[in-house]
Write a protein that binds this ligand. Sequence first.
Ligand code: SAM
Length: 229
Amino acid sequence: MTIAPSQLQQEQILLTPQQQHYLKRVLRLRDRDRFIVMDGLGKWWLAHITGEQAQVLEELTVKTELSVSTTLLVALPKGSGFDEVVRSCTELGVACIAPVLSDRTLLNPSPQKLERWRRIAAEAAEQSERAFVPTILEPVGFNDAVANATATHRYICEARGEYPHLKNVLTQISGEIVIAIGPEGGWTDRELEQALAHSFQPVSLGKRILRAVTAPLVALSLISAACEL
Ligand code: SAM
């Protein structure tokens, strides 16, 4: 269960009514049953429930993070596809996701959507026992997304053309990765040139054309396979 750092008062956690409902009604925990608490910032504790509070028993060491920090730049797909991208990529270990407004998708999502994606990321991080809740950034234009990338390893997934497979460029890498995935209609030539100008390397995810919501999962799966601790 994720708690706000402000809820942790010494070794007692003051549970909100929603948290009590989740622990007692959904998980059916009784007094002194143990559960894991995380602050979403990398700290984990073993705790047990005592009435309307929880008692912290010990701090835990977590090993569920990847050895590289991965930022996904994902051109916003149509409909609710981004929900699934956020959920699955959180399970697969992403550190940060930026919804990108590209030439072929100019859907500027509502602030409620951003809140929803952040909630999905928090739930998925908890479900998959991540130490960190990934950051979901505000939607950003493509030019700014590539111009502001600071990661040493920068990739742009391109469905057409002869590019090295992502799995073959992920050997012995460390530090930070940023990887861009295009929309249903693909990147425009202008965007590809812009990315190359900012040192993004075009990569392939294989011979088949993947849907815009499948490609981020495949990219993250390859990264997590190569960079599991
Ligand atoms: N008609 C589009 C095109 O020709 O580029 C297909 C776009 S695809 C549905 C959506 C995005 O997923 C692409 O822009 C690319 O970033 C990524 N993608 C899908 N399949 C890929 C592949 N086999 N290799 C690399 N990237 C891929």
